[in-house]
Design a protein around this ligand. Structure first.
Ligand SMILES: *Cc1c(COP(=O)(O)O)cnc(C)c1O
Length: 432
């Protein structure tokens, strides 16, 4: 694949040019595998794949197959369904390993994201009187903030004295890696856990997970990452970066449907440690002896050992429909196209600013290539809500965050350079 394609430095703000970028893009055909929502009788410009990914056309068939097998086999489907339910989750290991950069034994599809975050914090946030602090990003996604605070309280500590949030410098929008590392060093001796998003949901900033993990370990702390906005968006190397644990959801970039089954990663060096504290359930118990229904918990020596319940097959069948597409497209190719799309989008937004008398749009997302995926967050300096409403009327589905931020994520599987061109035209027309 041509890795530079779409990263042109001589972009043009014309329909012809955008279509030409699409024609040359090797992933262009994947768009046909998805249903694009219809607004005002025509295909919308869907830019919220970071919030809810679109439905692959093959999802219905995958879900219907499981309903059929349930009808045909009843309980026997656990063993005799076309994809036996007993081992259903095992089908995800390979593709998810590729998506997050983990070894097969480090990966499991289970539960929901915030649930997994809690389960993993039970295992990796083990505060003592001397070492109890958690370092995280300021303005993390609210669910993560609630999870972190409640875990701190669970252990009898005061969240306000325990959680250290790393903030952007005054006047800046994103957090400098240097500042993160400095704070880890400063509080290192008292820090039990460093927990960051892979990609901040608000700004789209990709954090330097490798550097954060290294600093956390040098300080003697564990390092976890929430990949809600990273999985399926940017290239990840969790194993090589030595991350202790990670979790993600599947309904954003992973297109597995609302509330779809989530995932977790636990580093190889921890998965065989049967003594590690965890909240246990029967699905985490040794597969050979699970149905002997004996008293002592014997965890599977892989990430599967953190499973609690038997797998939600209907939700997992939608996950499979989507992951089969990821496998075909390849995560590396997707990450390249995602960056190319956001790069073109940044160019288009710059053009809009140039054309208008005063600056209308401030970009919150880092321009630096390594600190961004496909998402671009724009701060509207005036008439934000009116512009957002106008976008909606014109068939653009984007995401509004108070007070005046519009987040857009051109997704490499189904968005096109043409979508971005048209998006720019619609905004341009409104701010003249
Ligand atoms: C989307 C998102 C969530 C949502 O949590 P669920 O448990 O899936 O409802 C949590 N954290 C982050 C960082 C997110 O982006």
């Amino acid at each position: 694949m041509d890795t530079t394609y779409g990263m042109d430095i001589k972009y043009k703000n014309t329909l012809d040019y955008a279509q030409h970028l699409d024609e040359k893009n090797p992933l262009r055909h994947f768009r046909e595998k998805f249903y694009i929502p219809i607004v005002n009788g025509k295909e919308s410009i869907y830019l919220t794949g970071n919030s809810l990914g679109l439905q692959p056309k093959q999802t219905q068939e995958y879900v219907l197959n499981e309903l059929e097998d349930w009808a045909t086999y009843g309980v026997e489907g656990h063993l005799h369904a076309r994809n036996p339910w007993l081992s259903y989750h095992e089908m995800f290991t390979e593709t998810l390993s590729e998506i997050v950069g983990g070894l097969p034994e480090e990966i499991v599809a289970m539960n929901q994201l915030t649930v997994n975050l809690h389960l993993l914090m039970i295992s990796f946030y083990r505060p003592t009187k001397k070492r109890f602090k958690i370092i995280c990003e300021a303005k993390a996604f609210p669910s993560d903030q609630y999870a972190i605070r409640s875990q701190v309280e669970l252990h009898g500590f005061d969240p306000d004295k325990t959680i250290i949030e790393v903030e952007p410098r005054p006047g800046e929008k994103t957090i400098r890696t240097k500042d993160i590392l400095k704070i880890i060093k400063k509080h290192g001796k008292k820090t039990a856990l460093v927990l960051f998003g892979g990609v901040n949901y608000y700004t789209g900033q990709v954090f330097d997970m490798q550097a954060i993990s290294k600093a956390a370990h040098e300080a003697g702390a564990y390092c976890g990452v929430d990949l809600a906005h990273a999985a399926g968006n940017v290239e990840l190397q969790l194993h090589n970066w030595d991350i202790d644990f990670a979790c993600w959801c599947s309904y954003k970039y992973l297109n597995s449907g609302p509330g779809g089954v989530a995932g977790a990663f636990i580093h190889q060096r921890h998965v065989t440690d049967k003594k590690r504290m965890r909240l246990a359930g029967w699905w985490g118990h040794d597969k050979e002896s699970r149905f002997k229904m004996e008293k002592d918990f014997d965890p599977i020596p892989t990430a599967e050992g953190w499973q609690l319940s038997n797998a939600p097959i209907l939700s997992m069948s939608a996950h499979k429909a989507s992951l089969d597409i990821f496998k075909e497209a390849g995560m590396e190719n997707l990450a390249i196209k995602g960056k190319a799309l956001s790069n073109y989008l940044l160019y288009i937004l710059d053009e809009i600013n140039k054309k208008s008398e005063e600056k209308i749009i401030e970009i919150l997302t880092p321009r630096n290539d390594s600190e961004r995926g496909c998402q671009v967050s724009m701060l509207l300096l005036k008439d934000g809500k009116a512009i957002f409403d106008g976008l909606l009327k014109a068939g653009v589905i984007a995401d509004w965050r108070e007070p005046n931020v519009i987040r857009v994520a051109p997704v490499p599987l189904y968005n096109s350079f043409e979508d971005i061109y048209k998006f720019g035209e619609i905004i341009s027309a409104m701010i003249k």
